[in-house]
Design a protein around this ligand. Structure first.
Ligand code: G6P
Length: 615
């Protein structure tokens, strides 16, 4: 994810863009850049780091005058965060400038073709390829910028929100959208362009949100012209009157980042498998695995190290790897692993999971495993982070920046990446028939829509939260694939609402926690149809006969548990191994609502930090 801002009008563009970028920093903050047209030329400044660093650099190094410009705050996907890879990017002639939020999946083949035609590239980004493709089309077809953008976009595969201008025609900005958000603010003889409305809300309440596959020519003195990218059909702008304040808009209209991030999961999961999972072709393509397949195929075992929520994703992965790919797996807390003199050989593959890529214990565990000769693979969310750099290979989750301290979309996207790896290994090892492999791939493709459906439980979860918000202890139970979900559900509740909660394997309850059950004790049970259903039903009976309150997460249409439980929350049916991606959703919502009802600081709970860089 990245944030984009553009301005064309009669005011100084520089302060508007800088302020706008600050407001969009939640979308990414590893590097930033700005391009301003001063009436004669383009002045460009870019830097690794935050918008504050950009401002310091630009104040000193460029003329910041001009009423046309655009800026970008980056969350790196292609190319490490550095000055060169930061946006905006120039075309080879220096006439066109672009900012882009998204991923151009087929950029490599386009780049090769452009290189053959004499183009050179400064950065490793997919975006620089796109601006040069636009330039090449403009030249070859002898068309205006808008048309060139349209033709070029019909050649690319991927997701984008882009803004482009041509210094030879400085009265217009061309914008387009597919997958990533893009809003146009309409002022008095001025236009604003941004990833959301927060950069322009104090200047205008009138905005147009582009739909997917739409583009617009934003020209001074003219009304906005909208077109469909595919067939050039005219689209009519739906001008909305915004009623939000700035605070709300930065959180996309949600009260808290955590809730926003919970709701981003369908998109985050899709972004994570986009370009990797090709169900129609029956393949999974992951460079980090493809290039080191032998290491995985010959591994004696996989050791997973992580902390916190990432450790829970590792536990889910243990079930998936062993069940599907038949590889032995051990999951370790990084902090324990690094200090217990573990036996590691060069036949081991170590997978380190980390949202931030900066967790000190996980980093230390990686170093130890490398010293002992293991092959180390990273699953990180933050591009260019220490863990991403330290590992031999890896695969990023594409969750986008996670700001709420309680991890939500990082968890489900980590599981998505790990599932892709396990499926790939299962196929390569001959554990899966073509048809079984295909069944998994197609089901995985339905998950974003099913997560969307699971999110529809929100109003019911809110009602249930109100019933249990004053509990002092809670128990979370699950079996098999859903045992780690029980652990994660309990962690979510305790970290943001400060209620004591424990997660347990449902059957293990009899060996201790059952002593705690009385009519005051809420017990959250994951009881989906596939996966030891009958056994979980017996566990529910055991709780019921001790008067515990049962809140069950069940498969749509469930009857048996529904009869027994005090409350049920339904999630769509899926394969057992994919069920954690759905069952975790109501538990995230539950902890969120309880924390809000108890007046807790949801996004910044006491004593916690988003990234723990000390051991
Ligand atoms: C902190 C965060 C957790 C996170 C854990 C591991 O405790 O508050 O949300 O799960 O660190 O962080 P990592 O960035 O390595 O996933």
């Amino acid at each position: 994810m990245c944030g984009i801002v553009g301005y064309i009008g009669h005011r100084d563009a520089y302060p508007i863009i800088i302020k706008g970028l600050r407001r969009l920093e939640y979308r990414g903050y590893d590097s930033a850049g700005i391009a301003l047209y001063d009436g004669e030329d383009i002045n460009l400044s870019k830097t690794k780091g935050k918008v504050e660093d950009l401002k310091k650099k630009a104040d000193k190094s460029i003329s910041t005058s001009g009423a046309l410009g655009m800026g970008h705050t980056r969350w790196a996907t292609h190319g490490v965060p550095n000055d060169v890879n930061s946006h905006p990017h120039y075309s080879n002639s220096g006439n066109l400038v672009i900012i882009h939020n998204g991923i151009i999946e087929n950029y490599e083949s386009i780049k090769k073709e452009l290189i053959k035609r004499g183009y050179t590239f400064q950065s490793d980004t997919d975006t620089e390829v796109l601006v040069n493709l636009i330039e090449e089309v403009k030249k070859q077809e002898d068309v205006k910028l808008g048309k060139a953008v349209q033709i070029a976009l019909n050649e690319v595969v991927g997701a984008y929100a882009i803004a482009v201008f041509d210094k030879q025609k400085p009265d217009e900005i061309v914008v387009a959208k597919l997958g990533s958000p893009l809003a146009i603010g309409i002022g008095e003889n001025e236009y604003f362009i941004a990833s959301d409305a927060s950069p322009f809300i104090e200047y205008t309440n009138n905005a147009v949100y582009l739909e997917d596959e739409e583009m617009a020519i934003v020209r001074l003195g003219k009304e906005i012209k909208l077109r469909k990218i595919k067939d050039d059909a005219i689209a009519y702008p739906n001008i909305l009157e915004l009623k939000m304040n700035i605070e709300q808009i930065e959180k996309g209209g949600y009260d808290h980042f955590m809730l926003k991030e919970i709701y981003e999961q369908p998109r985050a999961i899709l972004d994570t498998y986009r370009g990797r999972l090709r169900a129609d072709q029956g393949i999974i393509k992951m460079a980090g695995i493809d290039e080191h397949l032998e290491k995985f195929m010959n591994a004696n075992r996989i050791i997973i190290v992580a902390c916190g929520t990432s450790w829970h994703a590792g536990l889910v992965a243990e079930y998936i790897f062993e069940d599907l790919a038949r590889v032995p797996v051990e999951v370790e807390y990084a902090s324990e692993f690094r200090y217990r003199n573990p036996v590691i050989t060069n036949k081991d593959v170590l997978i380190a999971i980390s949202q931030s890529g900066e967790t000190a214990d996980t980093l230390a565990a990686i170093k130890l495993a490398k010293e002992k000769g293991a092959f180390v693979f990273g699953v990180c969310n933050v591009v260019g982070s220490s863990i991403a750099r330290e590992t031999d290979a890896g695969a990023y989750t594409h969750a986008g920046p996670e700001i709420g301290v309680a991890s939500t979309k990082a968890f489900t996207t980590q599981i998505t990446v790990l599932t892709l790896i396990a499926l790939k290994l299962a196929k390569e090892k001959g554990e899966f028939s073509e048809s079984k492999f295909h069944e998994f791939l197609t089901e995985l493709e339905t998950i974003p829509a099913k997560v969307e459906k699971a999110l529809e439980s929100n109003p019911l979860v809110e009602i249930i939260s109100d019933v249990y918000k004053d509990a002092t202890n809670c128990l979370y139970l699950g079996r098999g694939y859903n045992f780690p979900v029980a652990l994660e559900g309990a962690l979510k509740l305790k970290e943001i609402s400060y209620i004591h909660a424990e997660g347990y394997p449902a059957a293990e309850m009899k060996h201790g926690p059952i002593a705690l059950i009385d009519d005051q004790m809420p017990v959250f049970v994951i009881a989906t149809k596939k996966g030891h259903y009958e056994k979980v039903v017996s566990n529910i009976q055991e709780i019921k006969s001790r008067k515990g309150k049962i809140i069950a997460i069940v498969t749509e249409g469930d009857e048996q548990v529904t009869e027994l439980a005090d409350h049920v929350i339904e999630v769509p049916e899926t394969l057992e191994s994919l069920s954690p991606l759905l069952t975790t959703i109501p538990l995230q919502l539950l902890s969120y609502h309880i924390a809000v009802m108890r007046g807790c600081n949801v996004d910044q709970p006491r004593n916690l930090a988003k990234s723990v860089t000390v051991e």
